[in-house]
Structures are given as structure tokens and as C-alpha cells.
Design a protein around this ligand. Structure first.
Ligand code: MEV
Length: 439
């Protein structure tokens, strides 16, 4: 009988997979590739020996068959508002931590990073359809609001004791866009928690109350927080006299460097192709901190990119200025973070990251993450307008290339020495190793 191909076996995996034991899931998946034995032992080698810890990780998600490690790096001596931080950064891309650290060192002796948390207000929505006069609904809003707040008093009590809770409930009328469609736009303060569960629980309770009040006249479409958090926003900036930028590049004095730097940032304000890459560089730093502290980087990115498009076209999140001989560089980003609850207390490394940062409040963590965003953005733009990005990037990437080519430790040492002043490329490293072996 003809042997079933791995491709065919992939079709079989669909039924009942989630009901299998972890070990059986792993075996079933392994059958889908050419060398199942190797696959099983490789994936198992990433399991934790500590079964309790492994169980914790398995329970974070579903259908888990292994763990996927990402490097945990450190950027030390980050001076933010005159306080020194040791910042953990979880990122797989070479040169991000090095770039952040270089910027942090440079700005550390020029006053460091300054931050201002503009607000921490978050938004949730109950989307519903209501058959009736819009004016009648508007008139009933004070009564509806009272009832909703009363009905959720039990849910909000603890958050209120901590200084947060429901801030406001507003009716938004969209019935001209979609027949009968309205929403309750609810603003919240969630203290040091990211607040997703608190917000969603309140919204679903509001929806229940609306159903109870207007049974036949209302259809609840959905109740969910919004990841667009323009009012939960932080600003970070650095500044110095332009002369203090002398010496960054041999061909540019401080003034010329500042002008060219500003030009590069201005380009990211008018051109979307450049803006997306520019902002990606900002999120290299932000995401690394967000992940290291067990926060939701998809939410942070979604908010940031939509904020970047708030003026009708997508543009840079950072701005550069030169005024009265002072160069300043700033980033302003929305960011919903938590330092309590969720993964922040469940993931053992997230917990340690927060301790390393001195157990910050959520607004303080917003400042730290945005600082690393600005630091990475500074380093990227600085490299781009001077020696280019590849020289530094490929130096950092050299180890990855050497590893992919199976270089020994001695070969790595020889290659690192050889490529000190030579442009790194995959083929050049390959050639170097070939020559080394034939020597
Ligand atoms: C690479 O991860 C990020 C950069 O492309 C950012 C930028 O171009 O500004 C270097």
C-alpha cells in the first residue's frame, strides 16, 4: 500500500485535535513532517524540566506542544526623569538592544529622557440597535446612566477604592450611518491594571441592564473595549544644544547633523512608505519592553499605528525640532499597559522584569517603554543619515550567520576579528569559513 504523504496527514489532524493529550498532539503534528522523531525530540527539548512551570506555560494558551524562546536582553543605565533604570528587552532582532543602549548612553550625559503621561483614560463600547426616536433615547440617557452605574456598583467597587472605575458614559448616535445603530462610549480609569477584563465585564453588565430595561426595543450587537486609546498617552523627549551633537559624524557638525536628522523625521511625516518603517523602528524598542513585562504588544501596536493615522494619513509618531540652538526629539504614543494582573503576575519573567524596573506604576511603565521606543528611533535615524544601517546591523548579525553556517567557537573568534573592518555579508562569511577550513 502506498505510504500516506505528510501533506495528506495534515488533512487528518483537523478532527478532535484539541481533545488530545499534549504528548499525542505533539506526535500527531510530528506526523505532518518528513522526520517526526527529530521534530518530537527538538520540541521536547524546549519543554521546562520543572513540570509545574511547564504547566503554567501550557495553560497560558491552547493546543500547546512546546515553548518558543526569544532572547531576554538588558539595556542598563536608562536615565528617565532623573531616575536610573535597568530595562529588560525581549526581542529576537539583532542590534535592537545595542541600538537602544547606544542611544541611552548618548542621551544619558545630555540630561536623559524626559516624560509626561498625558492621561490614562481607556474606552469601551456597547454597540446596540434601538428602535425608537433618537431624541427619546437621548432624553433617557441620564436615567440610563444612573441605572447602569447602580447595576455595576458591585463590579466597580474595588477599582473605585483603588482610585479608578467608570469615568463617563456617553451616547453616540450613528443611526444615520447604520439604521437604528447607537453606542455607549464608556471611559474608564483602571489604575495599574491594563484593565481589559474589568472593562469588558462592566460593558457586558451594561448590556445586560440595557436588555433588561428595553427588552423588545433593543438589540445588543456587541460589548468590547476599544484598543484605540488616544487618551491613554505618553510623551517622551530628549533635548540638547546643537553643539552637543558635534562629533557624532565626521562629515557633519552638530548643527548639520541636527538639520539632516530633522529632515529624515520630516520625511516620515509626509511619506507613508517611510513612516511605517520609521514607526516600526520605534516599536522595536516599545514592544521589547511590553513583551518583557508580560503586556499585550498587539494592543499597543494597534493603538500606536491608528494614532499615527489620526490626521487622515499615516505619519511619524516622533517629531524633531531645532529652535534657538536647541535640538529636541520627541515621541508621543498611546499605550495601554498594566503592571498588575494578567500575565504580569503569572509569567515568572514578567514578574522579574517589573521588579528589575523597581515595580513601576502603569504610567511609569508607559514612560519606560516609550523611552526605549524613542531611543531605538534615535539610533536608527542617526545611523541612516550617517553611515547607514547595514554596517552596524550586519556586525550584530554576524553571529547569526556564523551559527547558521555551523561555525565552531574558534571559527567565530577568527571571523569576528576578520570582519572588524570589513563589510559583513552572508557570502563573505561563507567564503571566509571555507578558506579557514582549507588552511
Ligand atoms: C529595523 O528593524 C528598523 C529600521 O528600519 C527603522 C528605521 O528605518 O527607522 C532601521
Amino acid at each position: 500500500m502506498e505510504e500516506e504523504s505528510p501533506m495528506r496527514r495534515r488533512d487528518r489532524i483537523k478532527q478532535g485535535f484539541s481533545k488530545l493529550l499534549k504528548e499525542d498532539k505533539l506526535k500527531a503534528v510530528a506526523e505532518c513532517i518528513e522526520n517526526p522523531g527529530e521534530f518530537v525530540s527538538l520540541l521536547k527539548s524546549f519543554w521546562f524540566n520543572d513540570t509545574k512551570r511547564q504547566k503554567t506555560f501550557d495553560e497560558f494558551s491552547e493546543n500547546t506542544i512546546s515553548n518558543f524562546p526569544i532572547p531576554y536582553g538588558i539595556s542598563p543605565n536608562v536615565l528617565i526623569n532623573n531616575r536610573n533604570y535597568v530595562v529588560p528587552m525581549v526581542i529576537e532582532e539583532s542590534s535592537v538592544v545595542a541600538a537602544a543602549s547606544a542611544a541611552v548612553k548618548f542621551w544619558g550625559v545630555r540630561g536623559g529622557f524626559h516624560t509626561e503621561v498625558i492621561d490614562t483614560k481607556k474606552i469601551g463600547q456597547v454597540h446596540f440597535c434601538w428602535k425608537g426616536e433618537p431624541a427619546a433615547l437621548r432624553e433617557m440617557m441620564p436615567m440610563i446612566k444612573d441605572r447602569l452605574l447602580r447595576d455595576t456598583a458591585g463590579l466597580t467597587k474595588k477599582m473605585e477604592q483603588r482610585g479608578g472605575g467608570v469615568h463617563d458614559i456617553e451616547l453616540v448616535d450613528f443611526h444615520n450611518e447604520i439604521p437604528d445603530y447607537y453606542q455607549l462610549r464608556v471611559s474608564f480609569y483602571t489604575c495599574d491594571s491594563m484593565g481589559a477584563n474589568f472593562i469588558n465585564s462592566c460593558l457586558e453588565a451594561f448590556a445586560d441592564s440595557l436588555r433588561d430595561m428595553f427588552s423588545d426595543n433593543i438589540e445588543i450587537v456587541m460589548s468590547i473595549l476599544s484598543n484605540y486609546t488616544p487618551e491613554c498617552r505618553v510623551k517622551v523627549w530628549v533635548e540638547c544644544p546643537v553643539e552637543q551633537l558635534d562629533g557624532i559624524d565626521e562629515h557633519l557638525d552638530g548643527q548639520a547633523f541636527a538639520v539632516k536628522f530633522k529632515k529624515a523625521v520630516d520625511i516620515a511625516h509626509i511619506d507613508t512608505y517611510r513612516a511605517v518603517t520609521h514607526n516600526k523602528g520605534i516599536y522595536n524598542g516599545i514592544d521589547a519592553v511590553v513583551i518583557a513585562t508580560g503586556n499585550d504588544f498587539r494592543a499597543v501596536e494597534a493603538a500606536g499605528h491608528s494614532y499615527a493615522a489620526r490626521n487622515g494619513h499615516y505619519e511619524s509618531l516622533s517629531t524633531a525640532e531645532i529652535k534657538d540652538g536647541i535640538f529636541s526629539f520627541a515621541v508621543e504614543v498611546p499605550m495601554a499597559l498594566g503592571t498588575v494582573g494578567g500575565l504580569t503576575s503569572l509569567h515568572p519573567l514578567a514578574k522579574e522584569s517589573l521588579e528589575l524596573l523597581g515595580n513601576p506604576t502603569a504610567p511609569e511603565l508607559m514612560s519606560i517603554a516609550a523611552t526605549m521606543g524613542l531611543a531605538n528611533n534615535y539610533s536608527a535615524v542617526k545611523s541612516l543619515i550617517t553611515k547607514g544601517i547595514q554596517q552596524g546591523h550586519m556586525k550584530m548579525h554576524l553571529t547569526n550567520i556564523l551559527n547558521s553556517l555551523g561555525a565552531t567557537d574558534d571559527e567565530k573568534i577568527a571571523a569576528t576579528e576578520h570582519f572588524k573592518n570589513i563589510v559583513v555579508s552572508h557570502s563573505a562569511v561563507e567564503e571566509f569559513l571555507k578558506n579557514l577550513k582549507t588552511k
